[in-house]
Design a protein around this ligand. Structure first.
Ligand code: FE
Length: 258
């Protein structure tokens, strides 16, 4: 039987969530850190990412960015109003936040354009081979997984870690200065909007998942959610690897780190 979870503590403190969720987040922390420690972010902010890697990144992530509201729509399809407090919360949140995603595809195109990858290339050409894993995984879990699994993989895991890498890049004075002042604000709008600063979305997604799962979900169900989170992080790491695989500066960064 589902023992109801109702949050009483602050939204953005892990201690406000059930013990199983706290353990799950801790279990996934090392994999999340591997995303944040990826060479691609350091290379980007040091202006060491060559054109091919930048193109791989902008074109490789584009299908994922463009489809993101559709992943949320696939999760929305699973909700039934009045079935449970978790369903109602998920439904309300997804309806509202799909709208928030409205212009994000356009802002990504502006970032790509500003970084030297013409928007027509993203719109008209196929993304580089081997960059499709993240979008495929998110579409698959959003279409075929449970509501909790779909939301934990996309709105919690990916949005959460993306907020953190976006902030790393946006905080880089060197990176921002690399854009011509006439386009800087518009080119960096996607990053600015996604930088974590006071982003509550991943926390809200975690709250919804906890409401859906209750206070005592089965160990098996929790293990599956942890697996989904790690798979999202790993998909992002593989995408990063693919983007920079032929960048000569990569060797340099690795040698620096050694
Ligand atoms: Fe977005």
């Amino acid at each position: 039987m589902n023992i109801l979870f109702e949050r009483t503590g602050p939204l953005t403190e892990l201690s406000s969530y059930p013990q199983w969720a706290q353990d799950m987040v801790a279990d996934c922390a090392a994999t999340k850190q591997r995303v944040l420690d990826h060479d691609i972010w350091r290379m980007m902010t040091a202006l060491q990412l060559d054109h091919e890697s930048t193109r791989n990144f902008m074109m490789g992530l584009w299908p994922f960015i463009e489809r993101f509201p559709s992943f949320m729509a696939l999760n929305l399809l699973k909700t039934r109003y009045g079935r449970s407090p978790g369903d109602d919360k998920a439904r309300r949140w997804l309806v509202r936040n799909i709208r928030v995603e409205q212009n994000h595809a356009e802002y990504w195109l502006n970032w790509a354009d500003g970084a030297g990858v013409a928007r027509s290339r993203l719109l008209d050409e196929l993304p580089p081979h081997g960059t499709d894993g993240l979008a495929r995984w998110c579409e698959d879990i959003s279409a075929r997984g449970s509501l909790a699994a779909g939301m934990i993989a996309t709105n919690y895991a990916i949005e959460g870690v993306t907020g953190e890498w976006s902030q790393m890049i946006y905080d880089s004075e060197t990176y921002r200065q690399g854009f011509d002042p006439s386009i800087r604000t518009s080119a960096l709008k996607w990053l600015h909007l996604h930088a974590a600063y006071d982003d509550t979305h991943p926390w809200e997604a975690l709250e919804i998942v906890c409401t859906l799962m209750g206070l005592e979900p089965s160990a098996d169900d929790v293990a599956h959610l942890a697996e989904c989170i790690k798979r999202s992080y790993t998909s992002m790491i593989l995408l990063g690897d693919r983007c920079i695989q032929s960048c000569p500066e990569r060797v340099l960064v690795q040698e620096d780190a050694a």
